[in-house]
Design a binder for this molecule. Structure first.
Ligand SMILES: [Zn+2]
Ligand SMILES: [Zn+2]
Length: 252
């Protein structure tokens, strides 16, 4: 099993999870052409995709979904709420809800509901039957029930969206600061690191920090916060960025 990131941040998101000839793309926040380009850099063609899963209706996650699905005939799975929230509806292969599991090729997907200012946002844990990859972005808070769904992961991609101080001191209008920092906004570095500490990280082969704000965060601040909280090796942490994403990582 392996995963890669096409790009991560408020300008567009896409995460690729693969096992054998099964390729699942989670979110597609880029134009069709840009998605094709980023997939090609990872050695994948859009026609290889087995499915697209959508987390929620915000443009940085859905921008290219409809066109990609139509052009390449890729089945799309999302929650009913997400479909309702999308400005341009897509043809849906099946609906997901919190707690649901879905088999796609050699991978199994399970969906978890998160706290975010969207209609029915889901995040996903994807398994090949022996290894578990979890992704957790676009959430403002978490509880024990959510953590339960993310136990015993072999790899985790987690949002470290902003630094609390940079957000407070930055140029965002007040309403946006409240939204981003609120319980249905985005995790700050400290919250994300605490979540991983609570979850336990001794089974993790990979820990990837994602969805970093280009205005209210810096990669070295996010990294340092995790190092301080977890006591982990800074070189072990990986950061998925907006322009180049993250190259393939294998889960052994
Ligand atoms: Zn987002
Ligand atoms: Zn969002």
């Amino acid at each position: 099993m392996r995963f890669a990131v096409l790009g991560s941040g408020s300008q567009g998101n896409g995460t690729l999870i693969a096992s054998g000839d099964t390729f699942i793309l989670v979110d597609c926040g880029f134009s069709l052409r840009e998605t094709e380009r980023r997939l090609a850099l990872l050695g994948v063609s859009a026609s290889d995709l087995s499915a697209v899963l959508v987390t929620h209706e915000h443009a940085d996650h859905v921008h290219g979904v409809g066109l990609l699905a139509r052009r390449y005939n890729v089945p799309v799975y999302l929650s009913q709420g997400t479909l309702r929230g999308m400005r341009k509806p897509v043809e849906v292969a099946g609906f997901l809800e919190c707690g649901a599991t879905l088999g796609i090729g050699s991978l199994q997907v399970s969906a978890a509901r998160v706290e975010h200012d969207a209609l029915e946002p889901l995040q996903y844990v994807i398994s090949d039957g022996s290894r578990r990859f979890g992704m957790l972005t676009d959430l403002g808070s978490y509880d024990a029930r959510l953590l339960e769904r993310y136990r015993d992961l072999d790899a985790l991609l987690i949002e470290a969206n902003h630094c609390r101080d940079l957000l407070a001191r930055g140029h965002y209008p007040r309403f946006l600061k409240v939204r981003v920092g609120g319980n249905q906004g985005h995790l700050n570095n400290h919250q994300a690191a605490s979540l991983v500490a609570e979850l336990g990280w001794n089974t993790l082969q990979h820990l990837v920090l994602a969805h970093l704000s280009s205005k209210n965060n810096l990669p070295h601040l996010a990294r340092q916060c995790f190092v301080d909280t977890l006591g982990c090796d800074p070189d072990w942490l990986q950061v998925a960025n907006q322009d180049t994403g993250l190259d393939w990582r294998h889960i052994a």
